[in-house]
Design a protein around this ligand. Sequence first.
Ligand SMILES: [Zn+2]
Length: 411
Amino acid sequence: MKYVVILGDGMADYPVPELDMKTPLGVAHKPNIDYMAEYGELGLVKTVPDHLNPPGSDIANMSVLGYDPDEFYTGRSPLEAVSMGLSLADDELAIRCNLVTLSDDEPYGQKTMVDYSSDEITTAEARELIGFINEKLGSDNMRFYPGVSYRHCIVLKTDSSLPLLCTPPHDISGRQITDFLPKGFMHDELIERMKESHRLLKDHPVNIARREKGLRPANSIWPWGEGRRPALSDFEAKYGLRGAVVSAVDLIRGIGLCAGMENIIVDGTTGTYRTNFEGKAGAAVDFLLNRGDFVYIHMEAPDECGHRHEVPEKVRSIEYIDSRVVGSIASRLRDAGVDFKMLIMPDHPTPLVLRTHTHDAVPYVIYDSRAKYPLNPGARYDEAFAAATGIYRPLGHMIMESFLKDDVANV
Ligand SMILES: [Zn+2]
C-alpha cells in the first residue's frame, strides 16, 4: 500500500458572488477528486484549533502530518532555518532576520518602517549584504545566514528560555519603530546590532546601486519570529513508513525535514498556478515506486489566488490539481498495479472575500483504490457535500493516523 497526501493550500472557501454564490471547489471541474469523494470517506476536519493565531500554513500542515500543533509548534523561523539547511542544535534559537528599508533622517529609534521587504531585494544582493553583516556583526554565539530575497536568519546560541518579544515588520508598515524594537531577553544586543547594521548598510555599494535604479535600499536588519527547532518525532519511527515532502514553500519543507522526511526538490515549482504540476506528480510517483511509501504533495497555488482575490485562477488551480496531479498519480499507480490511499484536503480555507486564512474546518476525502462501490453516491468534493455527510473530525492531527490505517469498508 502506498499513501499520497494532496494538499491544496487554502482551497476551501466561502460562496462568492462571482461564482453565483458557490465556492471555487463547488464549481471547479474535477472528475478525479469527485470520483474519490463518492467512493471514499468525505467529511470536515478542523486543522487549526481556535486558540492558535494566526491560522498559518505552518501550524495547519503540521497538524495534517499528524503532529499536534499545541504540543509541537515553536514558530515559523526554526522551520525556515531548517529548510535553509541549518541543523539547529538544542541550544540554538532561530530568529527571522528581514532586510528592511527604514526612513533616512531621524536617529535610529525614531525611524519609520518604510518597507519590510526592501522592494523585494534580489537574493544575490541580499547574500552580499548578509555576508557583510555576518562578517562585521557576527560572533561565536550569533551568526547571520542568507536566505531568499529579504528573508534571512539569525542563529543565536543560548540555553536561556527567557522570552524575546519582537514585532513582525509587515505589521508596522509606515509606522515609527520606537515602540516596536525588540524587548525581553537579549534585546540590548539585538538593538545594538540593528543600529550598527544601519550604519554599515546605508551607503553599502549594493544600496548605492539600488538607489540609482530607483529601488529602496536594504538599510537595516529586523529580527522577529524567534523559536527553537520543533521536537517532531521521526515520521518513519512513528508510522513505519518512509516518507517524502514535495513543496515549493520553505515552511512546509522545514516541517518535513524536522520529521525526518526526504525533501524532494522539483525544478520549475513556483507556488503559483503556473507551477510545474506534472513535475511534482512525476517526482511523487517516482519516489513511491522506487524509494518510499508515503508522499506529501503541497500545492500553494489556490492559497495565493485567495490572497489576491483571483477568482477564475483559484478555480483553475483546483482543476489543474485534479487533472495534472490527482488524476496523473492515480492512473500511474493503477497502471503499475499498486494499491494506494489518497488524502485530499486543504490546510485551511483562504476565502477570496477575506483574502486571508480562517480557522474553519475544511473538507477532506480519504480514498482507497481498492474501494468497489460508492459510499456517497452522487457526492462531489466541496464544502457543502462534506458538511452534509455529518462526518466531522475535531482534531486535525488525528487524521493522519486514520488515513494510514489499513481498513477499507467498501471492497
Ligand atoms: Zn496554507
